[in-house]
Design a protein around this ligand. Structure first.
Ligand code: DGY
Length: 319
């Protein structure tokens, strides 16, 4: 008899076909986020759960999954899952790192260029028929080439962002949880990074230590001409403090792909021109999302077959 898996939302092929060769698959039939209670109802008879970063997999969900042997998250981040409860139940929590590094680094660069060169504002202006000819002061932005890029969190994505900065002849400074040496980049304290950077780009995972890592004090340390870029997780930034910093020109601008109370966005941000707002699309390329789905499927299958998954957030459960 095949084991059962519950998939909280339809994922790109061929991952679904792959899952069906090994599991009895139940999929949320609607293309929407399930609320926690719907997952609780669906899960009691499932051996595996394939979920998304938009699903809240807290202790009540994990407790309802009495037969659960694996939680496979379709994401590299796993702050949506109560990892402590899963670990206490010896349930592996698998993730999809590596595969989305380049797509997310590319999007980080899209935000850097878009905010510094006022791409979104200029596009809107042009579409509105307001372009009456070249003008010396039309949409003056900030230079990117030769500036200093501060990377907070030098994991895979931070390093890929730094690599791209070389093409822009930038100086790169960074902070990191681990004492890693990165060529062409200088390790500094967070305070120093905030003080010297023209662009501060966030790549640290969301944990209890990094929640509101960037708050009012940190904005005041930044240059008035600096930009904040966030493609990691919204709660790393205090969004109200960011709104205030943008409104009062404490910093020059921001490029955001993620939000503190996603999908809600602090309303004042929508009215500002000095912020570019994207709907959490860091990994959203056809190639990347397809590979992520395959990896998530393979992770779930590997655990049920007693093999090592590609990546696991709580490796201690395998020992
Ligand atoms: C992740 O995998 O954590 C990303 O945010 C999804 O794009």
């Amino acid at each position: 008899m095949k084991p059962n898996i519950f998939v909280t939302r339809m994922l790109p092929e061929p991952s679904m076909t792959k899952l069906k060769t090994y599991f009895n698959v139940t999929i949320n039939p609607d293309d929407r986020v399930l609320d926690k209670h719907e997952i609780i109802e669906a899960i009691p008879n499932q051996d595996a759960l394939l979920c998304l970063l938009t699903d809240t997999i807290d202790n009540t969900v994990i407790d309802a999954g009495k037969k659960l042997k694996v939680i496979s998250n379709y994401a590299v981040g796993f702050n949506n899952i109560d990892i402590k409860t899963a670990t206490a139940r010896h349930i592996p929590v698998c993730i999809t790192p590596g595969i989305l590094t380049n797509a997310t680094a590319d999007l980080t660069w899209a935000l850097i260029l878009a905010i510094a060169r006022r791409v979104v504002e200029s596009d809107k202006f042009t579409r509105e028929g307001l372009f009456n000819g070249w003008a010396p002061n039309l949409f003056l932005g900030g230079d990117v080439t030769g500036k200093t890029l501060g990377i907070v969190g030098m994991g895979r994505i931070g390093q890929a962002v730094a690599k791209r900065a070389m093409g822009f002849e930038m100086k790169v400074v960074y902070t990191s949880r681990t004492d890693k040496k990165i060529s062409n980049a200088q390790f500094v304290s967070l305070n120093e990074l905030l003080e010297v950077s023209d662009f501060v780009s966030l790549h640290t995972p969301l944990t209890s230590e990094t929640k509101h890592l960037i708050d009012t004090d940190q904005f005041h340390r930044m240059k008035k001409t600096a930009y904040l870029i966030n493609t990691t997780r919204g709660p790393v930034v205090n969004e109200l403090a960011l709104l205030d910093a943008l409104k009062t020109n404490i910093i020059a601008g921001a490029g955001l792909d993620v939000y503190e109370k996603e999908p809600l966005i602090t309303p004042g941000l929508l009215a500002l021109d000095n912020v570019v707002l994207l709907p959490h699309i860091g990994s959203a390329t056809v190639e990347t999302r397809t590979k992520m789905a395959i990896l998530a499927a393979e992770n779930a299958i590997a655990i049920l077959q007693g093999q090592k998954p590609h990546a696991i957030a709580n490796p201690e459960v395998l020992t």
